[in-house]
Design a protein around this ligand. Structure first.
Ligand SMILES: Cc1cc2nc3c(=O)[nH]c(=O)nc-3n(C[C@H](O)[C@H](O)[C@H](O)COP(=O)(O)O)c2cc1C
Length: 313
C-alpha cells in the first residue's frame, strides 16, 4: 500500500534512469522508482528485448513501469505482457514526452491535444492491468496551459495518482517557464493524489514546491543525477547531508554499470561522471580524461583518484 504523504519519486529519465542508477539512488530512501519510458509498440512487437529494459533491483519496491503509446488496442496488449511480469506495482502512461520521435506519432505530449484519447488510454490500462496502481505523467498542456481541462480529464481517467511536470510541451525545459501555481490549480480540482515535478534542485525548493502545490509528494529528475542524496535530506527532513564519501557513491553506481552492461558500461558511464564532477574545480580536465578511458579498471582508479576522500558537500 503506497502512502501518498510526502512521497518521493525518482523521475523517469530515458538514457539515464537505468537499473544501475536506480538501485544506487534507492539507498537514499526514495520511495518509488520508475523505469525508463518504453514504447507499447516495442513491448508488443519485440517483447523479449523490451522486457530487458524493465529489469529492476529487488530493492525497487514499489516499482513503476512507464509506457508510451497512442492506440488503445496496443496499450491493452502491452499491459497484458506486463501482467505476466512480477515485481511491477504501477503502470504509468507517458503523456509529457516532447521528443519528436514520440510526440510526432501522437504519443507522449501529443496526447495533451486529445484529452479524450488520453483518458481512454489510462482507462484501458486500469481495466486490463493486474497491478495495484495505474498512473499518468502529464505536462500542463501542449502549446498552452490547460490546468482545468487536465483536472477534469484526470478525474475521468480512472488513474490512482498523477505526476504533473509544471511546463507545457512547447516550454520544453526552459527554466523560467516552470509554473507551480498551475500544478496547485490541478491539485485543488482532482480526487486522486498528485506528485509535483520540475526544477527541484534543493531541499528548500522541494519544501517550497510542496507548499505552493499542496502536492502529495515530489518527483525529482535531473538534480538527482548530480546529487542523488537529496532524497535522503527530504526523507529525513533535514538539510544535513548523509555522512558518506562521494567517491563511494560514484563507485557503487559505476560497479552497477559494469555488472549490468559489461565493459560497455565504462563508456556509457562517462556522461554520469561529467555530472558528478560538475561542482569540482578541475572538472573539465577530468571530463577530457574520462572521455578517453575504455578500461573499467582504469576508470575505477580515476574515480578513486578524482573524488579522493571528500565527504558529500
Ligand atoms: C534526459 C531526459 C530524459 C527524460 N526521459 C523521460 C521519460 O522517459 N519519461 C518521462 O515521463 N519523462 C522523461 N523526462 C522528463 C523528466 O521525467 C522530468 O519530468 C523533467 O526532467 C523535469 O523534472 P526535473 O526538473 O526534476 O528534471 C526526461 C527528461 C530528461 C532531461
Amino acid at each position: 500500500m503506497i502512502k501518498f504523504e510526502n512521497l518521493l519519486m525518482l523521475a523517469p529519465l530515458a538514457g539515464w534512469s537505468d537499473l544501475a542508477f536506480r538501485s544506487m539512488v534507492k539507498k537514499f530512501a526514495v520511495d518509488i522508482t520508475v523505469s525508463e519510458m518504453i514504447s507499447s509498440y516495442a513491448l508488443v512487437y519485440n517483447p523479449k528485448k523490451t522486457l530487458r529494459m524493465i529489469e529492476k533491483s529487488p530493492l525497487e519496491s514499489p516499482f513503476s513501469v512507464q509506457i508510451a503509446g497512442n492506440n488503445s488496442d496496443i496499450i491493452k496488449k502491452s499491459v497484458e505482457i506486463l501482467n505476466t511480469q512480477n515485481g511491477i506495482d504501477i503502470i504509468d502512461l507517458n503523456c509529457g514526452c516532447p521528443a519528436p520521435k514520440v510526440s510526432s506519432h501522437g504519443s507522449g505530449s501529443a496526447l495533451l491535444k486529445n484529452l479524450n484519447l488520453l483518458a481512454d488510454l489510462v482507462n484501458t490500462i486500469k481495466l486490463h492491468s493486474n497491478k495495484p496502481y495505474t498512473s499518468l505523467k502529464v505536462r500542463l498542456g501542449f502549446d498552452k496551459k490547460i490546468p482545468l481541462e487536465l483536472a477534469s480529464m484526470i478525474n475521468d481517467s480512472g488513474a490512482d495518482f498523477v505526476v504533473v511536470h509544471g511546463r507545457t510541451k512547447i516550454d520544453a525545459y526552459k527554466k523560467e517557464k516552470i509554473d507551480y501555481s498551475s500544478i496547485a490549480q490541478i491539485k485543488e480540482k482532482i480526487r486522486i493524489p498528485l506528485i509535483a515535478n520540475g526544477e527541484i534542485d534543493s531541499f528548500q525548493k522541494a519544501k517550497e514546491v510542496l507548499k505552493i502545490t499542496n502536492a502529495n509528494g515530489v518527483m525529482i529528475g535531473r538534480f538527482a543525477l548530480k546529487e542523488p542524496w537529496i532524497f535522503y535530506q527530504l526523507k529525513h527532513n533535514t538539510q544535513e547531508l548523509p555522512n558518506m564519501l562521494k567517491k563511494d557513491i560514484v563507485l557503487e553506481h559505476f560497479d552497477n554499470m559494469i555488472r549490468f552492461y559489461g565493459e560497455r558500461g565504462c563508456i556509457i558511464f562517462r556522461k554520469n561522471l561529467h555530472n558528478y564532477a560538475k561542482s569540482h574545480n578541475n572538472a573539465s580536465d577530468f571530463r577530457i580524461k574520462v572521455n578517453a578511458i575504455t578500461s573499467p579498471k582504469i576508470m575505477r582508479e580515476s574515480i578513486i583518484d578524482f573524488f579522493s576522500n571528500e565527504k558529500i558537500s
